[in-house]
Design a protein around this ligand. Sequence first.
Ligand SMILES: Nc1ncnc2c1ncn2[C@@H]1O[C@H](COP(=O)(O)OP(=O)(O)OP(=O)(O)O)[C@@H](O)[C@H]1O
Length: 510
Amino acid sequence: MKIELQNITKRFGNVLANDDVFLTVEAGTIHGILGENGAGKSTLVKILSGFIRHDRGTILLNGKPTEVKTPAAAIRAGIGMLHQDPLDFPTLSVLDNFMIGREEGKAKTSSVVLPKKLAKKELKTLAFEFNFYLDVNEILGNLTIGERQQLEILRLLSLGVKTLIFDEPTTGISALQKDALFAAMRKLADSGKSLIFVSHKLEDVGVLCDRVTVMRQGKVVGKAKLPCPENRLVEMMFGRELATPNKPKTASAEIALQLDNIIVKTERLTLQIDELNIKSGEVIGLAGLEGNGQKLLLLICAGLLSPTSGNIMINGQDMSKKTYQNYLKAGVGFLPADRQKEGLVNGLTIQDHVALRQSLGKRAFVNWKEILTVSKDKISLFNIRGKADTKVESLSGGNQQRTQLALLPMPLKLLLMEHPTRGLDIESTIWVWQQLIARCQTGTTILFTSSDLDEIVQYSDRILVFSGGNVSAPIDTKELTVNKLGQMIGGKFEDGGLGTRDWGLGTGEE
Ligand SMILES: Nc1ncnc2c1ncn2[C@@H]1O[C@H](COP(=O)(O)OP(=O)(O)OP(=O)(O)O)[C@@H](O)[C@H]1O
């Protein structure tokens, strides 16, 4: 289906999120929408998929002006959108989620069992067609984001959509799931569907898309047919070329984090680390497919999960069996992946968050005047597109991430982060890492996860690879390439070379 957006304009208060936007997406193509944080990409695709009403402008579907007033109306018109956080029901099964959105009449026919049987068959056939491995009876909450996304694609296809919108779909999924996703997207385009791919990642846009539209501050600032040189796209996004910083050496000889005989048992995994020593100022990347023990390590180091056994020392202080408050006092900070559920509180403003953070563990009156000044400083320093009284849910994804980063205490001894730059554009990612490296230069030790292997290789001093609860010995990043790391995550270890056939830190068992 050919999509044409003409003169699309949308204002939120005094923010002009979309300013007279024109976009054409031909049937049978993948169209990228690139842009810095807050550029207006999500607003545009939410308008097309009926989640937001535009103030002005026209949507043409196959040349016909069409009103898309609600998400249900969009699906009826053949447009489906995959959100950054899939909109599904975690307590229901994969099959039940697949059946959501079918018109009521279908489910009410002679028997409820028959449609369910048919739906199961359809789900299995579609999954097979796209090489997605989904257990139809599994509870959805047990699936990874990548698997939930695969299910959502199949659900939208079964509802008959002809246009699929992907808003930052590679965020939080594994490299293998990304390959499967891109293969499915190409297959869909080849079968005549039109696809819109919203992203910050130039490389992804480069390998996947046929054309790209670049947005900045609500406006379309450039269009290109791909392939096109990456630096041209960067210039369009930011109005200039960007220089990538090199990570200087920040590690000292002092040991900041010491783990001895750690065992963490959960229902799905046993994480075992016999001995691990991390130096002060060091950056350690935790690589591996999601759910292989990286988060468990971060949680025990943050004092948010007690290991089944073993000892944790932070800066020479025995933290075993200490409370979370003790960890905070010892200078430990944690940045969770799910900013909407774990990091920020919907309904609260930026200054409410600053007040919460400042009063954590203290019984003190809140000095709102001071909080307002601090909030304004943080908004300006972290370049957050919002005001002190802006509720966090109305910030763009990237601006929510900046808010989370701005709320991290200063100084910290140990900073533990899940996906620190998730949702940030390239310029912000570079800026954030400059701030993080500056922290390391003053002695902060960082452990972080990222699904972006380039980020892990670029910024880590050493890397731990996780697989099914097994943890590799720390590998010096200079000895690694992204390719080699990808192979290790996939379980391929070479004898010789890196010499990491011996996993080093213990043997996890499932
Ligand atoms: N519901 C809302 N209420 C108020 N302002 C909003 C709302 N949704 C978006 N905005 C503002 O509109 C602007 C564009 O936001 P949008 O989410 O479209 O950007 P984006 O390009 O998708 O950014 P990101 O890459 O960070 O996700 C931002 O300044 C954002 O704060």
